[in-house]
Design a protein around this ligand. Structure first.
Ligand code: MMA
Ligand code: CA
Length: 200
């Protein structure tokens, strides 16, 4: 296909700009407000931007409108104590209870997975719900083939742990892990009714 020199130049510039847009992080494009619901870090207040007039159909405008809408939806969810976040990972609870298998199932149905803390920040983001509902929660950690040794449900090694003192104690008889109301962990039977906390 032959392109006129003018069209060729225009396309070259367009592709250059597009690739630039694809590389920069959202915060750099949209410095006006915080997109993340801030959990913990002092300011619990989310900045919701002023109403953005529906300008046009440019990609940037559409993305801004979506960001604005998501920011408001996150405001509603936070108001209702339904979501927390740590390092970009979102945690959610519906305030209901289930045994371990029921929790895994519910989280999967919702398009997520059972909450599995990988560091103190994520542990705190889960603890928020455990405290709020004053109910222990199962974590996405299970006993491995070696009794008394635990691993993430999705496989791999358990890098971060927060066991209560002298736990795990089940010696193979307690295959699941629950979070206490102080954020520490205990190996436990999988059949208790615990708070459903998922990650997304
Ligand atoms: C219970 C049960 C265990 C836990 C101990 C701690 C008696 O068993 O919750 O998982 O390790 O309490 O005392
Ligand atoms: Ca135990």
């Amino acid at each position: 296909m032959m392109l006129s020199p003018q069209l060729h130049k225009t396309l070259t510039v367009a592709f250059f700009l597009l690739s630039f847009c694809a590389q920069v992080k959202p915060q750099q494009i949209f410095p006006k407000f915080s997109f993340k619901p801030l959990f913990g870090g002092g300011s619990d207040e989310q900045q919701v931007p002023d109403l953005i007039p529906l300008a046009g159909t440019e990609n940037g405008d559409i993305i801004r409108q979506l960001q604005y809408r998501i920011a408001r939806l996150e405001g509603v969810l936070r108001l209702n104590k339904m979501i927390t976040e740590s390092g970009g990972k979102m945690f959610a609870s519906n305030g209901k209870t289930a045994d371990f298998d029921g929790t895994v199932e519910k989280c999967k149905e919702a398009g997520g997975s059972i909450a599995t803390p990988r560091n103190p920040g994520e542990n705190d983001a889960i603890l928020y719900f455990v405290k709020y509902h004053n109910t222990y929660a199962y974590l996405g950690i299970k006993q491995s083939l070696i009794p008394g040794k635990f691993q993430p449900l999705k496989g791999g090694q358990l890098r971060y742990t927060n066991w209560y003192s002298n736990e795990p104690s089940g010696r193979g008889e307690e295959e699941c892990v629950e979070m206490y109301t102080d954020g520490t962990w205990n190996d436990k039977k999988c059949s208790k009714n615990h708070l459903i906390v998922c990650q997304f």
